[in-house]
Design a protein around this ligand. Structure first.
Ligand SMILES: [Zn+2]
Length: 501
């Protein structure tokens, strides 16, 4: 029979195994991986056991555990498809002219996304954007989502007073994002389904969804409509914590009212500082430019401790956004006094003394290696005076911390192979490796892109849930380009094909 998406193969034939610390006897021999009831039930030399049922021929490809992206903003990532890309804008004037040419959406607005203004020679201003875009409400979202540039028509529409610049930062920027992302389900859900299919085609079986919304309802709705491409663990923001506790949600529970158990309750998500691109990440040394500007802690210690204490008592894990070194110390302190479990999200700049605390506290480092390359010039410019270590992946791994890789899509594209390549080679576009001493080995990077992270080896054994991907090359020996362009022949979720190339 010919297999297709949605089918459940009984045997993945002619595959090869990879991964570190393997306990199987097969080396690089060709094997068959036998599946039943959503599990891996046996692995044998090719043809060594009868191939019963539906056979998927891996043709010598490498079978790996299905990949996870541990930090995604789902609706924002899905909506990128209808927003003007601004990643290549080289100045404020350039970004304004790109928006002048951008299509007007059915709701009468223009939305662009992905600009990086920190190194522009000119500055965003209201006259500049108004001259280019006139009376059509126009929104430009920073790549890091921590600032938004609006024209006068958009400021009026959103009820914000014009200040001459039109740049909103942190909470007001998040408020604009929430409003822009609050699109009708009949618009958002097909885009989410499409995005999930593209993720499955990269070998992804699961994501952590950190949309700023009451996500359970949205996911139950999508599952009822047939969504079955990914596992999802969804975050809960502080404004929804009371509701989550009152309704008895606990991390790991299946979403209520859902047609399957693919979607589960994830962590409390708290954003405790700004970002590098918006120059608001809380750092121990000042940003360049004269003023004594160290960024901002946006949730003070008593508030953070109180949130994490309540979440922990209710059975909800914590995912604490911390980018600057001061914010990382603050987050680790809160984990230590509350006994909360979970992750620090981003950990982009970490004091040397704090690096061993991740492993000691059992707190995962949920990091986005591709940001290191997106931001390398900005980091060198804006954090030149910082004494803490930027993107300390090697130091964290060596200290025994669990690394969990993600994209923070839409900040970088939802593609774990980019994260793996960036972590191993710390370069792209032929440039010198950036801070090469912080690169990690491919086995660790691959494990960091699987469900349980870098301290759980990425290997396949009988009894495992059959969340698998088949890739054309061995990720442990592929070069940088080979990792970035890794061809994924098939993805299997709980024994069911979600992608077949
Ligand atoms: Zn994020």
């Amino acid at each position: 029979m010919t297999l297709g998406r949605g089918d459940t193969p009984d045997v993945i034939a002619n595959a090869r195994l990879t991964g570190s610390d393997r306990t199987d006897p097969f080396g690089s021999d060709i094997v068959d991986v036998h599946l039943a009831d959503g599990l891996v039930v046996d692995i044998a030399p090719a043809g060594g056991l009868a191939r019963r049922g539906a056979v998927l021929d891996a043709a010598g490809g490498f079978v790996i555990p299905g990949l996870w992206d541990h930090h995604v903003h789902v609706v924002q990532w899905a909506l990128v498809a209808q927003r003007a890309p601004l990643g290549h804008a080289t100045s404020a004037a350039h970004a304004a002219s790109l928006m002048a040419a951008a299509p007007v959406l059915p709701d009468g607005r223009r939305v662009g996304t992905g600009f990086r203004d920190a190194l522009w020679a000119d500055r965003p201003s209201l006259p500049l954007i108004d001259a280019a875009t006139g009376e059509i409400p126009t929104y430009l979202i920073n790549a890091d989502v921590h600032s938004v540039w609006l024209n006068s028509a958009a400021l009026r529409r959103e009820g914000f007073a014009p200040d001459g610049v039109g740049l909103l930062r942190e909470e007001p920027a998040f408020e604009i994002s929430r409003r822009l992302n609050d699109v009708a389900p009949e618009v958002a859900d097909p885009l989410v389904a499409h995005m999930a299919q593209e993720a499955a085609a990269r070998g992804v079986v699961g994501i952590v969804d950190l949309d700023m919304a009451w996500n359970e309802e949205a996911w139950a709705r999508r599952l009822s409509a047939g969504f079955d491409a990914l596992r999802v663990s969804f975050g809960i923001y502080p404004e929804f914590l009371d509701r989550a506790i009152a309704e008895g949600l606990q991390t790991g529970d299946a979403a209520r009212g859902a047609a399957s158990d693919l979607v589960r309750v994830g962590p409390l998500k708290v954003i405790t500082d700004g970002s590098l691109g918006t120059r608001t990440a809380a750092c121990s040394h000042a940003y360049p430019g004269g003023a004594d500007d160290h960024g901002v802690i946006t949730v003070d210690t008593p508030t953070l401790v109180e949130l994490m204490t309540r979440a922990t008592a209710a059975g909800i894990s914590s995912a604490i956004h911390a980018i600057g070194d001061v914010a990382n110390t603050h987050a680790l302190d809160a984990f230590s006094v509350t006994g909360a479990w979970g992750t620090v999200e981003h950990a982009q700049l970490v004091a040397h003394a704090d690096i061993p605390r991740f492993a000691r506290l059992g707190i995962g480092a949920s990091v986005q290696p591709e940001h290191a390359l997106d931001d390398r010039d900005m980091t060198d410019a804006l954090w030149a005076d910082q004494t803490a270590q930027p993107y300390p992946l090697r130091a964290l791994a060596d200290s025994g911390a669990t690394l969990l890789f993600g994209s923070d899509a839409p900040v970088s594209p939802l593609d774990p192979w980019r994260a793996i390549a960036a972590a191993v080679f710390r370069t792209r576009d032929g440039r010198e490796p950036w801070q090469g001493h912080q690169s990690i080995d491919a086995a660790t990077a691959l494990a960091a892109s699987t469900r349980n992270g870098s301290t759980a080896p990425a290997r396949i054994e009988p009894g495992d849930v059959a969340d698998l991907a088949i890739c054309e090359r061995d990720p442990l020996t592929a070069d940088e380009g080979g990792l970035r362009s890794m061809a994924v022949a098939a993805t299997v979720l709980g024994g069911r094909l979600t992608h077949l190339g």
